[in-house]
Design a protein around this ligand. Sequence first.
Ligand code: FES
Length: 96
Amino acid sequence: MVKVTYIKNGQPIEIETDSTGQSLLEVAQENAVEMDSACGGNGVCTTCLIKVIEGTDSLGAVTEKEEIMGMDPTNPEYRLGCQCSVNGDCCVELAY
Ligand code: FES
């Protein structure tokens, strides 16, 4: 099990999941955490933007779609929740 903490509107929401390899968006949706996803998780809208608070190394590598949307693979502080896979404990803050 891994622990994913989503911070939304300043409030932490802690989730325990064994769904490693899924995206932050998928884990959020499976656990009734409200995360915007205007493009349906296709990596083209940025409404699922998150800031990584803890656990940068627990998240999958920055994807090509994220790079196209301006994410910096050498400093992945901001990620797209729909493209970012969860592989370990992490804490992220939702932008919207
Ligand atoms: S849901 Fe649109 S970029 Fe992630």
